[in-house]
Design a protein around this ligand. Structure first.
Ligand SMILES: Cc1ncc(COP(=O)(O)O)c(C=O)c1O
Length: 390
């Protein structure tokens, strides 16, 4: 049941956008002295200094006016070359639109493609924006459930069986938030090929494309099809370079699609922040060791977290291959929201209840390892004791 919290004169589609699932948790945690957050959805590393310097330099050089609405031309060139080289395809600046983070790109793509009355296939657990935005646009989200016991890999047959004449799009997210899943190449290939063959748009959220923990290369969808008319690939600098506050993202698609979404973008944010775009350009042009170092640390933390989870038998877990999350589940029927609240209250360890990411995962919790190894160790000591005493 949707809450009637908006005045009757307002667009009632706003009711599709739910309040944040972790607000209660963060409110409770903010009153505690000893809270440790394993709830964080952003990198814990400082933004590399050369990136910060580039934005300061841009401001001091007077780069404070609008750029071209599709993005700073130098940045579009660099992104087209980077993704063109990475995915072995011919991309030009006209295939790209720079947006206000991946979030704006997701908003534009989903609300443009999720035709009212159509269906959009979403893998669950899913990042919090997808299903609400699909419903906001007037379409219906069709969740395909994946599980911790299956490492959150999607069942290809089940996904394809969900495609029907009403399907307008499928939203993919690999590496994924909240599960850290990297969808196996063969599964990805089968899903993308089938969707594209049927004229279903693949909206692929690839914000963690550079954070793969076992050396997987090219986790995105552009490798599996030549047809960019049915692909909207989305990413950003937020996670890769630990600069989420800069709000620079982009989408990649066919020139025709980009032209249309560019017009839509003019009516939303119009153009991205200029100095932030210079910072993003510096990020791509600078020494990429900063990315390798952060990924190295996430990998060490992932390895440790996977080990530590084995000491809490209540959890069914797996080894996430990307991003900085793991989402172990508790026995079927467990109310993970109540458990997470009690855990926070008793131990100060804050994790995110699974219900935030879909009804099917209400018995799971998302654990983020965007925190220091020391904090992770302390948090797990407290959690292990707490679960042992339950
Ligand atoms: C899967 C996913 N998509 C998109 C975003 C938003 O990214 P941005 O900061 O680029 O808007 C996030 C941020 O947490 C995310 O986890």
């Amino acid at each position: 049941m949707k809450e009637a919290i908006f005045p009757a004169q307002w667009n009632q589609a706003l009711a599709s956008l739910p309040p944040s699932g972790i607000r209660n948790m963060l409110k409770l945690a903010s009153t505690m002295d000893n809270a440790i957050h394993l709830s964080i959805g952003q990198p814990d590393f400082p933004t590399p200094h050369f990136i910060i310097e580039a934005s300061i330099r841009a401001l001091n050089d007077g780069k404070t006016r609008y750029t071209v609405d599709s993005g700073l031309p130098e940045l579009l060139e660099v992104l087209a070359k980077f993704y063109g080289d990475w995915y072995g395809r011919n991309l030009g600046p006209e295939n790209l639109l720079v947006t206000c983070g991946a979030s704006e790109a997701l908003f534009l793509a989903i609300t443009a493609v999720a035709v009212p009355g159509s269906e959009v296939v979403v893998l669950e657990p899913s990042f919090i924006n997808y299903q609400p935005l699909v419903e906001f646009a007037g379409a219906r989200a069709v969740p395909i459930v994946t599980t911790a016991s299956g490492g959150y890999q999607p069942d290809v047959e089940e996904v394809i069986a969900a495609f029907g004449s009403a399907t307008s799009a499928i939203i993919l997210n690999s590496p994924g938030n909240p599960t850290g899943v990297v969808i196996e190449p063969e599964r990805m290939k089968a899903i993308v090929s089938e969707a594209v063959n049927r004229g279903i748009t693949v909206i692929s959220d690839e914000v963690y494309d550079r954070i793969t923990l076992d050396g997987q290369d090219r986790p995105g969808v552009m490798i599996w099809t030549d047809d960019l008319d049915h692909i909207i690939s989305i990413s950003s600098v937020s996670k890769t370079y630990s600069m989420p506050g800069y709000r620079v993202g982009w989408l990649i698609s066919s020139r025709e699609n980009v032209e249309k979404l560019r017009r839509y973008h003019i009516y939303s944010s119009t153009v991205n922040n200029t100095s932030a775009q210079w910072a993003a350009l510096a990020a791509f042009q600078g020494d990429q060791n900063c990315v390798a170092e952060m990924v190295g640390q996430y990998t060490r933390r992932r390895n440790r977290v996977v080990e530590l989870l084995k000491h809490i038998p209540d959890f069914q877990s797996y080894r996430p291959d990307g991003a900085f999350y793991v989402m172990p589940s508790l026995p079927a029927g467990s109310n993970a929201s109540a458990i997470a609240e009690q855990l926070l209250h008793d131990t100060g360890v804050c994790v995110v209840p699974g219900a935030t990411f879909g009804q099917s995962c209400a018995n799971a919790v998302r654990i983020s390892f965007a925190n220091s190894m020391e904090n992770i160790e302390t948090a797990f000591e407290r959690m292990t004791d707490w679960f042992a005493q339950r």
